[in-house]
Design a protein around this ligand. Structure first.
Ligand SMILES: Cc1cc2nc3c(=O)[nH]c(=O)nc-3n(C[C@H](O)[C@H](O)[C@H](O)COP(=O)(O)OP(=O)(O)OC[C@H]3O[C@@H](n4cnc5c(N)ncnc54)[C@H](O)[C@@H]3O)c2cc1C
Length: 410
């Protein structure tokens, strides 16, 4: 490797959530930092996050909101809590608002947070180069200096590397496999990857055609051979292919073809309470036709679909139903079964399950055990959070931890 004059203390690969925060802290701490970003703008996933409103942290941030090694997550969260995140972004000039424990930008524009970050980065003196995709990283055996080569043919040199390349989810805003390839070239192992936080496709396409666009509150349970795999309560949105919504997103990492997704549309009642509720209604509305019996408690489309699903006639009178018929109605409304067809592809997933094996990265410092001058942050690691601001929070906290460690280095 030829002698280099322009050697950075740190090159951060990727100007996304974790890369921007890490670079900002390093520059504020006096390090000579270069951020390389393959896209034409930075923070593209920040910009689309939270439906464009950026759900950047959550009052409930805790290790149990994450999948992967929870001790690994804990070591980061103790150093950067949700309150630290609020203080951090307030200090960058961001106003925020809270919705059921989830924090969003006050302006409802994710660009507000991204711009606060990029302004601060510039003011702190970090150098950012866009449209530069890092394709290779090598290290000089003698000097230990890294040579960072881009697809565009440029070379950059640094004493330390932070890999903040994110996951391959949502390629249309920068999701890529590149980070895994770079991590592998530096000696790391990649745990198998699959989409997380995405819609679940269901097999009942003709039912979905009728339900598409409908929103219901439900307890959604994933079951395999009758065994409960996972469940989440909240809003369920039907579409032509299946279901989405925050709780469905959180379930998706456990969803597999052939499982049953059961919807309890009346989870506020126990089985017994619901049975009495339906019995009382049946008494009161015994003269009504079946199709009108559900008025006020079930959307029309759902009521009609259920009547067809159970094979009843819509004009049947309530007083003509027998106890077995009622038992079926009660059962379906508290455990409506749909068959899982699969998940949406990575292009439509908000996060990835799998990534760099966290056993190869030091807890709380994010320093690689494979190379003491390499740090790995954010979603590139085998950590994924539930829906609700947890993934961005992990990105910020991992970045802060890595920056603190690097600033403590001579
Ligand atoms: C549609 C959508 C909505 C989301 N909403 C939320 C939400 O509301 N709340 C929440 O907590 N999380 C949300 N997430 C997840 C969250 O955005 C990510 O977990 C987070 O951005 C990960 O941060 P990161 O720094 O690891 O990666 P990223 O933010 O993805 O940044 C990685 C950066 O590295 C760049 N890069 C990659 N490889 C290279 C290379 N070889 N050379 C140069 N640059 C490279 C990429 O272009 C990218 O800019 C959402 C994700 C999506 C897709």
């Amino acid at each position: 490797m030829q002698a280099q004059t322009n050697i950075y203390d740190v090159i951060v690969v990727g100007a996304g959530a974790s890369g921007l925060v890490c670079a900002l802290e390093l520059a504020r701490g006096g390090k000579k930092v270069l951020v390389l970003e393959k896209e034409i703008t930075c923070g593209r996933k920040i910009l689309v996050s939270g439906n464009g409103e950026c759900n950047f942290t959550n009052r409930q941030v805790a290790p149990d909101k994450y999948y992967g090694d929870q001790d690994f997550v804990k070591a980061a969260l103790v150093k950067f809590s949700y309150q630290d995140a609020l203080n951090y972004f307030t200090d960058l000039g961001l106003l925020y608002r809270e919705e059921k424990g989830r924090f969003f930008t006050y302006t409802s524009k994710a660009s507000s947070l991204a711009t606060c970050l990029t302004c601060a980065l510039k003011e702190a003196g970090a150098q950012l180069i866009l449209k530069t995709e890092v394709s290779k990283i090598t290290q000089d055996n003698k000097t230990k200096i890294f040579k960072v080569s881009s697809k565009q043919g440029q070379n950059y040199f640094a004493k330390n590397i932070v890999l903040a390349c994110g996951s391959l989810a949502y390629a249309q805003v920068g999701g890529t496999k590149a980070g895994y390839t770079l991590a592998q070239s530096l000696g790391h192992t990649i745990k198998p990857l699959s989409p997380a936080l995405c819609s679940i496709n269901l097999q009942e396409k003709s039912a979905l055609t009728r339900l598409a666009g409908l929103k219901v509150q439900a307890m959604a349970s994933l079951k395999e051979n009758g065994k409960l795999i996972a469940q989440e309560e909240g809003e369920v949105l039907f579409n032509n292919q299946g279901v989405s919504g925050n709780n469905i997103f959180s379930l998706s990492r456990n969803a597999k073809k052939g499982q049953i997704l059961e919807l309890n549309l009346f989870n506020q009642f126990t089985k017994e309470e619901f049975s009495s509720f339906i019995d009382a209604r049946a008494k009161k509305y015994s003269h009504r036709k079946l199709k009108d019996f559900f008025a006020g408690i079930l959307a029309d489309t759902l009521a009609n679909l259920m009547i067809d699903f159970l094979g009843f006639r819509k004009n049947l009178l309530i007083c003509d139903l027998n106890s077995q018929n009622f038992a079926r109605i009660k059962e379906v409304l508290q455990a409506w079964p749909f068959r899982v067809e699969g998940l949406r592809p990575f292009e439509q997933a908000c996060a990835a399950k799998g990534g760099v094996d966290t056993r190869e990265v030091q807890k709380g410092t994010f320093c690689s055990f494979k190379n003491p001058n390499v740090y790995i942050t954010g979603e590139l690691l085998d950590i994924d959070g539930r829906c609700g601001g947890f993934n961005l929070h992990f990105a910020w906290s991992s970045a802060i931890c890595a920056a603190k460690t690097l600033l403590g280095k001579k």
